[in-house]
Design a protein. Structure first.
Length: 451
């Protein structure tokens, strides 16, 4: 049966909590139609004649976090390219006023699934919502539903930055940042103290990466005999295709680049030569599906760093400039500030001065003009919000990390030509000029609703 692992995480209020669950887009589990153990059916990490789609034929997949950004794309990829898959069980939490069926209907009512509805609408009937809650013991799943979920392969989606206190991050599981009992004691005593939390997590940038590091070690410790892999994506960005530029959440690079194009961000703390290590969301999901299909019958947890290729990557400065260049090809959205080229500096005083002169002053002047017109001022608040976001990202914009991708590269190199077309996941193939166009248009269309 499926296993539960204990993790800690930071909730929306900024408080450290402890629960016996895996948080967010973390879990995919696979079994065949009869629930028979699949360990004997997979081979070691070598090229296989069986395609990825054939591997998933007749399989049942259990997904948590299916209503999130990555989760939706994972579901769409499975239903689109693995047409003979048996069932997708999706853990969905009931919300006030909405049961799981209504939430599932709402989840599928996004442009991501438009093509699937036209080509193969019956495939959506394979999605079976499982009522549950990540905050509850055993995921809040009933005993009846639990009996349906027989796991043979466990996939945990972590983050490439779970060990970002190290200069070189290999495809291995590192020891947890602190003993678990010490963390629990700290949570009970100081779980609401932001300053103490910053000191406690040490060299990690935030509690999100801190908790992800713990999750990895707990998965390694508790996975038992279940075949298990961990996928570590870097900064997840809009899709490359199907549909191009699709996104549904403001995260990291997506929000930062959009703020640049709207004139809210003109200054970034950091070094201009630091790579913006992004990976498109469909590449993350495709690599996850391929890795599970190629999983070997080993007792060891296999880790795949899903990151940009060092020979085909843009810096934060170049990425922001490319996004801005693309935005200038279109009419400026009415009511937005005039954008300007991004300046980066690793010196806090320089950043503070430049933010005041290049962001705060223009926003104040624009708000003065709005007041003269009898309108509500809004630009300064927007600029301050954007500045807060860049502050939260400054550890990523100022630190160069070396992500090793030997296992991921081997996985991609041993894919068949057919699978490379159906499940593209090689960052070497990204054409940045084309991708930035789709990136910009996707944000405008799907997040800002600008046609």
């Amino acid at each position: 049966m499926f296993k539960l692992f204990q993790c800690i995480f930071k909730d929306n209020c900024g408080v450290l909590n402890k629960n016996i669950v895996l948080k967010s887009i973390n879990v995919c589990t696979f079994s065949d139609k009869s629930g028979i153990n699949l360990r004997e059916k997979t081979s070691i990490n070598t090229p296989r004649a069986q395609s990825v789609a054939e591997y998933y034929a007749g399989k049942k997949v259990f997904i948590t976090g299916g209503t999130g950004f990555v989760g939706k794309v994972l579901i769409q990829r499975l239903l689109t390219n693995c047409k003979d898959i048996d069932t997708l069980y999706v853990l969905i939490r009931q919300k006030s006023g909405q049961n799981v069926q209504e939430r599932l209907k709402s989840m599928l009512n996004v442009p991501l699934f438009d093509n699937l509805k036209k080509v193969n609408p019956a495939s959506l009937n394979k999605i079976v919502p499982i009522p549950g809650d990540m905050m509850k013991s055993k995921l809040g799943i009933s005993l009846q539903d639990e009996d349906k979920l027989i796991d043979n392969t466990f996939v945990y989606i972590s983050t490439a930055f779970s060990n970002s206190d190290k200069a070189v991050i290999d495809e291995v599981i590192y020891p947890p940042p602190k003993p678990l009992d010490e963390v629990y004691k700290f949570i009970d005593k100081h779980g609401n103290d932001e300053e103490r939390i910053k000191k406690f997590i040490g060299g990690l940038p935030n509690t999100y990466t801190f908790s992800k590091a713990f999750c990895e070690s707990l998965v390694d410790k508790e996975h038992g005999n279940m075949r298990t892999i961990i996928v570590r994506p870097s900064i997840v960005t809009p899709s490359v295709q199907d549909p191009p530029g699709w996104c549904d959440s403001w995260v990291a690079a997506t929000a930062t680049f959009s703020d640049v194009s709207r004139g809210l961000t003109r200054v970034l703390y950091g070094r201009p030569d630091v790579p913006c290590n992004t990976i498109p969301v469909d590449y993350v999901c495709n690599l996850t599906l391929v890795a599970a299909a190629r999983q070997n019958p080993s007792k060891d947890v296999l880790v795949y760093n899903c990151c940009g290729d060092p020979d085909n990557i843009v810096t934060w400065k170049r990425g922001a400039d490319m996004y801005l260049e693309e935005s200038l090809k279109y009419d400026r959205v009415p009511g937005t500030l005039r954008p300007g080229k991004v300046v980066m500096s690793p010196h806090p005083l320089v950043v503070r001065y430049l933010r005041f002169t290049r962001q705060t002053v223009p926003a104040l002047l624009a708000d003065c003009w709005l007041r003269i017109q009898g309108k509500q001022p809004r630009h300064l608040k927007a600029v301050q919000r954007a500045a807060l976001l860049t502050t939260l990202l400054q550890s990523f914009t100022s630190t160069r990390l070396d992500f090793r991708t030997t296992r991921s590269r081997h996985l991609m190199d041993t894919m068949s030509e057919e699978d490379k077309v159906l499940f593209p996941c090689d960052p070497k193939t990204i054409i940045w000029k084309n991708y930035m166009k789709d990136f910009y248009c996707g944000v405008q269309k799907y997040l800002l609703n600008n046609k």
